[in-house]
Design a protein around this ligand. Sequence first.
Ligand code: NAD
Length: 359
Amino acid sequence: VSVRPRRPGPLRAAVIGAGSIATHHIVAWREIPDVEIVAVADIDHAKAREFASRHGIDPAHAYGDAATVIDAEELDFVDIASAPDAHAGQVELAARHGLHVLCQKPFVGSMDEARRLIDLCAAQGVRCVVNENWRWRPWYRRIKALIDAGTIGDVRYAAFTCHRDLVLPRPDGELPDLLRRQPYTADMERLLLFEWGIHLLDVMRFLVGPITTVEAAMDRVSPLVRGEDKAVINLGFGSGAVGLVDISWGSRIRDDRRLIRGNVEPFVVEGDRGTIELDPHVGDILYVTTEVGTRTEEARGGLSHADAYQDSFTACQRHFVDSLRGGGPAENDADDNLNALAATFASYESARSGGRVTL
Ligand SMILES: NC(=O)c1ccc[n+]([C@@H]2O[C@H](COP(=O)([O-])OP(=O)(O)OC[C@H]3O[C@@H](n4cnc5c(N)ncnc54)[C@H](O)[C@@H]3O)[C@@H](O)[C@H]2O)c1
């Protein structure tokens, strides 16, 4: 499907959900002259109005719900940045109005829902793309290029190990970082993996290929959240490679290990002829070890870590627009995102049943 704008000029879009991540979206849209954000909606209408005035959108075009903005405005697509449980209804609404969709992760709450919405979008002739920006972080692009160039041979193993204290009670009695930034997370029954680890599974899928089996264990230590704050997941890939995702938001941990420095998480990928390590705690962050010795790559390409965080949104959203204009598939079309989504749900099933689950 390629987009013919309803009027000449840039694609017209509305942002739905005016929370913390929408700010990164709007900064990205400003870098993309082919898109004009003409409206915003949030169930907290005052928040939508405040977002509009802060970001140069006429406050008369700030709405208190998705249905009204979709009815009232002449749009080409919607940029869904609302809380996860609102995504499915808003994707459906947009598709039924013939609007293309860019939807934040986690896409929706079940595989049946995901497939139903992908089919609906196809039937309506609209594109449905998941705003899964993680794989656009410059270091993952560099690792992908190194793997594709054969630098480490065939990939056999990949692992994320990443422990933080994001949901633990603080000594000053203030809410921990996550609950302040994304208040809805306190009530999520599926928390760490569904809300965050899904990024890492998508990076795994991007770098190693489709995930085919999972075996998971989960736990919770924080009294402030409902869902799991620890998960250990063994992965099997279609290629025969194996992987590990070992993550926690409920770890008391030494200060200099506590934070993922600058949004870089420790990651290792081993091939049969070498290893690539992403190490946020050491200067140049990306290391390649091969049979001919050890060398260091500069992964940041001159970007500060903060720039790289924003840059991954900009690159992801630019890719969405390019794919709309060109009519070709996007890397992160919702049906490509199904593998990370399926691995996520299968991990919950595995943690419940205690067994390995085949996707
Ligand atoms: N890609 C990333 O790096 C990244 C990082 C953080 C969050 N996210 C995702 O972005 C989305 C939003 O997260 P956030 O951090 O901005 O959370 P947030 O709590 O700051 O914002 C969510 C906003 O959605 C609004 N909302 C909830 N239900 C709505 C509905 N039915 N209609 C309209 N608005 C509604 C809320 O009022 C709130 O303003 C989530 O899906 C989250 O997983 C992605």
